[in-house]
Design a protein around this ligand. Structure first.
Ligand SMILES: *Cc1c(COP(=O)(O)O)cnc(C)c1O
Length: 427
């Protein structure tokens, strides 16, 4: 029988991995003279080696050309956001006219809500998941109030109905059926940040639209993690950040999708000069004429330094291809799950669904012995160069990112859990 816990097994898997060389395109953080086993790509993706060159290109251009940098040479700043447009579109399964890199995630969510959450007394409500990322809830609740409606009745939160705190498709379907006629908007995550559950975005879109609602997604934990099909699935809008699986650096400029059918919408929007039609933008006229597509929601000229690292990251996504990345991701996360199942099930409970179709890279692992033991395990891991992240009260999230993690990393995690359990008698 194959011993999943052997170095031979892990290294044979890594040797057979067609994407193994991509790891060398990243800076892997060091730990005591070796490489860390870094599993926090769901929180802050690692730095692509090419990022520095793009940032330096901007700094050098600024130094030498100053204001002329807007209009001269490759990488000129005026249309800088367009340099990432095609790569971004292919990574999230959209048409180039449907995507733009701008602002931050929560800011983009508000901009999308301004245009796509148009409550009326008959249809005032937003449907969301209970336990959503706080910023999303704050944004949605504040928008409900902003329009003079009451979050107590008009912000409807679907409660988890499965044991580990995940949500069945039936629960979502029931909620849409129950509240359908009152729904202005369904806002859902592609992947839930705490449980790692991936949702059937195509089905949620279909059900939301059938109920007469607008459907939007927060893909913060899905972009760069799952092969999204934003255009084909037909959601009205989506937002995401670029510092998690997209590896564009802390606070990187975020992403936004507006479906092509809204490219020339006359819905209200909060406008700024960079959303103005490009050819006439610099006539500086008083009347806003939106540029067609997602770029029409831009407010300001792009924060070029913040966008530069995304170019490096997108090149790597382009090179790997989302479908190949996903295949590797399923193998890596499946390996993590198998290692836990074979020897560590007494220590860790996998909260994330075990069906690969219902999860991305991340497994959320509840420490059975409770919070204090969990903290002790977490610190043992970190002290031995295995970095996951901690979610109160007792969950460790481990996200093997297929661009730079490998089977050897995953094996290291499992061995350290086993070593900790042996020392703490909790097997
Ligand atoms: C990471 C994350 C955020 C963070 O929002 P920022 O505006 O980028 O600070 C918001 N929502 C979700 C679902 C996230 O996963």
């Amino acid at each position: 029988m194959t011993d999943l816990f052997s170095d031979d097994y892990a290294s044979a898997q890594d040797l057979a991995d067609p994407l193994r060389e991509l790891r060398h395109e990243f800076h892997i953080p060091p730990h005591e003279g070796h490489e860390q086993a870094y599993f926090c790509g769901n929180s802050l993706g690692l730095q692509p080696r090419g990022a520095r060159e793009y940032v330096e290109e901007v700094l050098d251009k600024w130094k030498v050309e100053a204001v002329e940098g807007h209009f001269t040479g490759s990488g000129q700043w005026m249309p800088y956001h367009a340099l990432v447009r095609d790569g971004l579109a292919s990574t999230v399964g959209a048409k180039p006219i449907e995507v733009v890199a701008m602002n931050s995630l929560t800011a983009n969510l508000h901009l999308m809500l301004v245009s796509f959450y148009r409550p009326t007394p008959a249809r005032p409500a937003i449907l969301m998941e209970a336990g959503a990322f706080p910023s999303d809830r704050y944004a949605l609740e504040s928008q409900v109030r902003f329009h003079g409606f009451d979050p107590a009745t008009d912000l409807i939160e679907v409660q988890p109905d499965e044991p580990g705190g995940t949500l069945s498709m039936e629960a979502i379907e029931r909620a849409i059926a129950e509240h359908g006629p009152r729904l202005a908007l369904v806002l859902w995550p592609g992947v839930q940040y705490r449980t790692g559950q991936a949702f059937d975005s195509a089905e949620i879109t279909r059900l939301g639209h059938a109920a007469g609602a607008i459907v939007g997604f927060d893909h913060a934990h899905a972009a760069g993690n799952l092969p999204l099909r934003l255009h084909d699935e037909g959601a009205d809008f989506a937002v995401w950040c670029h510092y998690k699986y997209m590896n564009a650096g802390p606070g990187a400029v975020a992403g936004c999708f507006v479906h092509e059918r809204h490219a020339r919408t006359d819905r209200p929007r909060f406008a700024g000069w960079w959303g103005h039609e490009q050819d006439s933008r610099f006539r500086m006229g008083p009347t806003f004429v939106p540029t067609p597509g997602a770029e029409g929601w831009q407010l300001s000229n792009p924060p070029v330094l913040g966008l530069a690292p995304l170019r490096a990251s997108l090149e790597l996504f382009e090179c790997a291809g989302m479908d190949r990345l996903r295949r590797k991701s399923e193998r890596l996360t499946g390996y993590l799950e198998a290692l836990i199942g074979s020897r560590l099930a007494g220590v860790l409970e996998v909260v994330t669904p075990n069906d690969p179709a219902r999860r991305g890279a991340q497994l959320s692992l509840r420490v059975r012995a409770g919070r204090d033991a969990g903290r002790s395990l977490f610190e043992h891991l970190a002290g031995n160069g295995v970095l996951g992240d901690w979610r109160e009260p007792d969950v460790i999230r481990i996200s093997p990112a297929p661009l730079y993690n490998n089977h050897a990393d995953v094996l290291r995690f499992a061995r350290e859990v086993e070593a900790w359990a042996a020392a703490h008698g909790s097997r």
